[in-house]
Design a protein around this ligand. Structure first.
Ligand SMILES: [Zn+2]
Length: 326
């Protein structure tokens, strides 16, 4: 296998297979995208193809010594760099530089896969830049990161950039059904929650995700400015669950978006299992008030990402959302 197992990234795969066929794989590649979109899997597939001793077309053979070593995770000419703690530190990049200075142990290529390259601290990034400026012959560096803006522009400009798009919820749900043997209805809920990340959907406790969505929406729909203590309690519970905060806000945003589509084009509703409820509740709101509510949640998502006073951000968001109930 080479790129067959990579889901929903046809553009990236097309680019890489063409580059390989023309023997013009760039020496430095930067894969960006949200976690769980296949960046590292693709990097590994490319490394395997580059090292395979008897690839057929753009498919690594899977049986040569190089393929076998890669599959067991110990090919000496594939170097992995990933954050140790929160950062990729200068020592790790120095080690990479030293390894790249030597001739490859086998064959004639060296591949480095640098996961979460945005975690390089400034010293590490500057040292890495020097490797990029004068890449050793036969070396390939594949960087993954969330977004281009997280990296030094001088690093980005020396890499061929490939964006990994978030996956559609349809594709994620299909994969959950086949890979996790999930129930389609629960898979649909988890796919919406995963918000484009297949990796996250595959790791999730699907049933729990579905239960959590139901609980959130149920509580949200009972909020009112007449029962402020309940509103503040809800804000507090959201704020305390800080690991899931952005996803919980996404659930609320998708819910309001569904109410909007319930009025405009129900076939676009994402929470399909709640179709009837959505159509009914959407009658209570105007299109313009729902559009305003979506903006309010988006604003809270941006503020919450900055990590400042989450509870206040959520309280203000919920009050503004309730005020818009007309
Ligand atoms: Zn092989």
């Amino acid at each position: 296998m080479s790129f067959e197992g990579i889901i929903g990234q046809d553009r990236a795969v097309r680019f890489l297979t063409r580059a390989y066929e023309k023997n013009r794989v760039p020496h430095a590649l930067l894969f960006t995208g949200i976690p769980g979109t296949g960046k590292r899997t693709t990097a590994l597939a490319l490394a395997r193809l580059l090292q395979c001793q008897s690839a057929k077309g753009t498919v690594a053979c899977g049986i040569c010594p190089a393929c076998k070593k890669i599959d067991s995770g110990n090919h000496p000419d594939i170097v992995f760099v990933e954050p140790s703690g929160s950062f990729i530190k200068i020592d790790q990049i120095r080690t990479l530089r030293n390894e790249f200075a030597l001739k490859p142990f086998e064959g004639n290529k060296r591949v480095a896969i640098i996961t979460d390259a945005h975690a390089m601290n400034p010293e590490a990034a500057n040292t890495f830049l020097k490797i990029l400026e004068e890449p050793p012959k036969g070396s390939f560096m594949i960087l993954t990161a969330h977004q281009v803006s997280d990296l030094l522009p001088t690093i980005v400009s020396r890499c061929q950039h490939i964006a990994f798009a978030p996956l559609s919820s349809e594709l994620i749900a299909e994969n959950l059904v086949t890979k996790r043997r999930g129930d389609r209805q629960i898979a649909d809920i988890a796919a919406v929650w995963a918000n484009g990340s297949l990796g996250m959907a595959l790791q999730a406790d699907l049933k729990k995700v579905a239960e959590e969505r139901n609980r959130l929406i149920e509580q949200f729909e009972t909020l009112s400015l007449n029962t402020m203590h309940f509103l503040f309690g809800f804000a507090e519970s959201l704020a305390q669950d800080k690991d899931n905060l952005l996803y919980n806000l996404e659930v609320l945003k998708v819910w309001i978006r569904d109410l909007l589509f319930g009025k405009l084009c129900p076939e676009k509703i994402l929470n399909k299992d709640l179709m009837e409820k959505i159509k009914e509740i959407s009658e209570r709101y105007s299109v313009s008030s729902l559009l305003k509510k979506i903006k309010i949640v988006q604003g809270a998502q941006v503020d919450a990402q900055k990590g400042r006073n989450r509870r206040l951000i959520l309280e203000v968001m919920l009050i503004r959302l309730c005020r818009g109930n007309y």
